[in-house]
Design a protein around this ligand. Structure first.
Ligand code: F6P
Length: 377
């Protein structure tokens, strides 16, 4: 039986996403209303593991006063990093090369020493895998699912995704008129890592004519055929949305930087390849817009603010009920708790039988794979 909670810590890890501040604020409000103290760890776990980097404190008090007026702001007041996994913490070896070591024990010791009873960990697949491991090692942990990519398993959606999709949609709305005026192909590259959620949703919402996602390796000739078909019907411009992780049938994924110790590989560049290929195949002008980190910035949408506040308060309710090793999750229409063990190390790709994919096909949006839906073929 766990002792009652008096003090909790909160951290944000991985790439930032709109809604993080709304989670922080709502956790603090719900915790304080139960009489708990709340502290925030700076930059993932770095505030604990590299305290010398933080002259003002690597772990800071989070009061209601401190979190007032932040819910509508992008980013995270705690800072974040995707280079500070305590289980594989980067260390410089005496010979100057980079190695890694398990520093999870240091995190757990810190919690014991500072009498912090539990952790609310807000993050994506990497952070929630860390949260799972820390829970396995005895820390009381509740995870909150964050990522613009929407690629976390066991939740209908993550917060941050809706804002990213809304922004990409607005960009597509703006590109229609310039593409049409110049009779061009416009290729819009969006983030999403190895999942096509942002591309698929924004592409459908923004009226794209082709959408290329990692789940369906594409044949550029099929996209070129779509461009030619539109031209033949007097529609002499085409908008293509390509996910950064999309991959040609005969070719490689576009990688900007290979993975290194403590850092995943960086994707990017497929937009340029697609534009150059389409220009070659169709003889038309093609231009590329890479939305990149713009998708991570700005104020969270109303949907993401609500999701963030529901998740944040549910995380505190879960801890109050004695839960640990779980993630709050949207099982539409309710927020529920799922074991972190079912989330850690897994990725939610767009399923081949998704009705959203079928929607794209029925709207005659090219997915570059040329096929009817596999389930219908
Ligand atoms: O996971 C969020 C995300 O924005 C991905 O869509 C993208 O591939 C990655 O992070 C970029 O990470 P970084 O900011 O480290 O370049």
């Amino acid at each position: 039986m766990n002792p009652p909670i008096r003090r909790i810590a909160l951290n944000t890890g991985g790439g930032d996403a709109p809604g993080l501040n709304a989670v922080i604020s709502s956790v603090v409000w719900a915790a304080v209303s139960r009489g708990w103290d709340c502290v925030g760890i700076r930059d993932g776990f770095n505030g604990i593991l590299q305290p010398e980097q933080y002259p003002d404190g690597g772990v800071v008090p989070l009061t209601r006063e401190r979190v007032r007026g932040i819910s509508h702001l992008g980013g995270t007041i705690l800072g974040t990093t995707n280079k500070g996994n305590p289980l594989h913490y980067p260390v410089r070896r005496p010979d100057g090369s980079l190695g890694e070591m398990d520093r999870s024990g240091d995190v757990i010791d810190y919690f014991r020493r500072e009498r912090i009873d539990a952790l609310v960990s807000v993050g994506g697949d990497g952070s929630l895998t860390i949260a799972h491991e820390l829970a396995q090692r005895g820390l009381r942990v509740v995870g909150v699912p964050k990522t613009i990519d929407n690629d976390l398993d066991k939740t209908y959606t993550t917060f941050g995704f809706d804002t990213a999709v809304s922004f990409a949609t607005e960009c597509l709305d703006r590109l229609h008129s310039t593409a049409e005026s110049h009779q061009r192909i416009m290729v819009v590259e969006v983030m999403g890592r190895y999942a096509g959620w942002i591309a698929l949703h924004a592409g459908i919402a923004g009226g794209a004519h082709a959408i290329l996602i990692p789940e369906l390796p594409f044949d550029l000739e099929r996209v070129a055929a779509k461009v030619r078909d539109r031209d033949a019907r007097g529609r002499s411009y085409t908008l293509v949305v390509v996910a950064e992780g999309a991959q040609p049938l005969a070719g490689e994924r576009a990688v900007l930087a290979a993975a290194e110790v403590g850092h995943a590989e960086r994707l990017g560049g497929i937009g340029e390849q697609v534009a150059a290929g389409l220009a070659r195949l169709t003889g038309k002008e093609a231009r590329v817009v890479v939305l990149g980190h713009l998708l991570r910035g700005g104020s969270p949408s109303a949907f993401d603010r609500i999701a963030a506040k529901r998740f944040g308060t549910a995380a505190v309710r879960g801890l109050a009920q004695g839960l640990t090793g779980v993630m709050v999750s949207l099982a539409h229409p309710n927020v529920v708790y799922v074991p972190l063990a079912e989330v850690a190390g897994r990725m939610k790709a767009v399923p081949p039988d998704s009705d959203t994919l079928q929607t794209a096909r029925d709207l005659e949006i090219s997915l570059g794979d040329g096929g009817a839906h596999p389930s219908l073929a």
